[in-house]
Write a protein that binds this ligand. Structure first.
Ligand SMILES: *Cc1c(COP(=O)(O)O)cnc(C)c1O
Length: 354
């Protein structure tokens, strides 16, 4: 890694940390003192800088505002048991951002810029990494097109920015989900595998409809026949049926989650039977009826593991086994927490020390 990335640092006059109640953190409301910025112009990334967090000035004709040529990532920094600041698998996020970039005609961002920019930003704002149980510093890197031009074509100018936000204990209440068989999140040949704004904007309306009916989230099914299960909300989804972990394969309609990959790795390490294959709604409902479905959960950076307590399908809400009895997912969550906090060894080199 280039430790020598030339980053100009303009520090904030007075830290905002004193105004921040670290014992009562509200998600997404507070941002740390600084942000990292790089410009893409004349065909290259330049002007690396860390500046006080603050508003941007953009042309009203800015490409992103009209056509959504933008991508993002999401990851977390933790304070481990030795008081060190660590980040979970940021190299995987840096790689994935370039997968999204290619699909959206956004120039590749060298992984060094992502990782060194992130490291220097977090070093400077390390006091913003909370240390209460289950808290972390959420890291949001993103790239967006800034051309002041309303013609439709890939832009020539972009900004890469990293902002960070302390996040509180995530009370992941088990969720009630509904199988979505009308609206579609992603189609073959589309952008479902990219972390790009349009996917999330398009998912708002169907989610709001389901919320009116008392569900927290949707289970997205394939866009062609609505037969196969793809994701849940903005998480990957997994099932345990007859002691086998089952999850859909990554493709162009499913986002390649880093939590998903980590859970699969831990399951295989433990010698668990893992099947990565299409799983149909019919199979899941059949397994519930036969009493063979032991666990169902979403996985993603926000909650790590989000337990699913019931699944709505064809007007029936199927109750799933009590979350306290779910030995596999509870163990994955515990192991991931232990690795992040340095309570156990890190056999897969997932921890990046800031
Ligand atoms: C970010 C995201 C995930 C989870 O990815 P992680 O790397 O585990 O956080 C899953 N599905 C969608 C649609 C996402 O945007």
């Amino acid at each position: 890694m280039v430790e020598t990335l030339d980053i100009k640092v303009h520090k904030i006059g007075e830290s905002k940390l004193e105004n921040m109640d670290m014992n009562n953190i509200q998600f997404g409301k507070n941002y740390s003192d600084h942000m990292f910025i790089a410009d893409y112009r004349d065909g290259e990334w330049s002007s690396f800088r860390i500046v006080p967090y603050g508003d941007l000035s953009l042309s009203p004709a800015c490409t992103t505002l009209h056509y959504g040529q933008t991508i993002f990532e999401g990851l977390k920094a933790y304070k481990n048991v030795d008081g060190e600041v660590v980040v979970f698998r940021p190299d995987a996020n840096a790689r994935r951002m370039n997968v999204s970039a290619e699909r959206m005609c956004i120039p590749e961002l060298p992984e060094d810029i992502f990782l060194t920019g992130m490291r220097e930003l977090i070093k400077l704002d390390h006091d913003w990494v909370p240390d209460q149980p289950n808290t972390s510093l959420y890291i949001r890197p993103f790239v967006f097109a800034t051309d002041p031009f309303i013609g439709i074509r890939p832009a020539d100018n972009f900004l890469f920015i990293i902002i960070t936000s302390p996040v509180g204990a995530y009370y992941s209440e088990p969720v009630k989900v509904k199988v979505e068989e009308h609206y579609t999140r992603a189609v073959a040949g589309g952008t479902g595998y990219a972390k790009t704004a349009a996917n999330y904007a398009a998912a708002l309306y169907p989610a709001v409809q389901a919320q009116k009916d008392g569900y927290h989230q949707l289970i997205w099914t394939d866009g062609k026949d609505h037969k196969y299960i793809e994701e849940s909300g903005t998480m990957n989804i997994m099932f345990v049926i007859n002691d086998t972990l089952i999850t859909a394969p990554i493709g162009d309609t499913i986002l390649d989650g880093i939590t998903r990959d980590s859970v699969i790795t831990l399951a295989k390490d433990a010698g668990m039977n893992v099947e990565i294959r299409p799983i149909s709604v019919e199979e899941v409902i059949g397994a519930i009826k036969k009493g063979e479905l032991q666990e169902a959960f979403g996985c993603g950076t926000a909650a790590t593991i989000a337990q699913i307590k019931s699944i709505g399908h064809d007007g029936i809400d199927y109750e799933l086994p009590d979350t306290a009895t779910r030995k596999y997912s509870n163990s994955f969550l515990q192991q991931l927490d232990d690795i992040k906090l340095g309570r156990v060894a890190d056999p897969h080199n997932w921890i990046f020390k800031v």
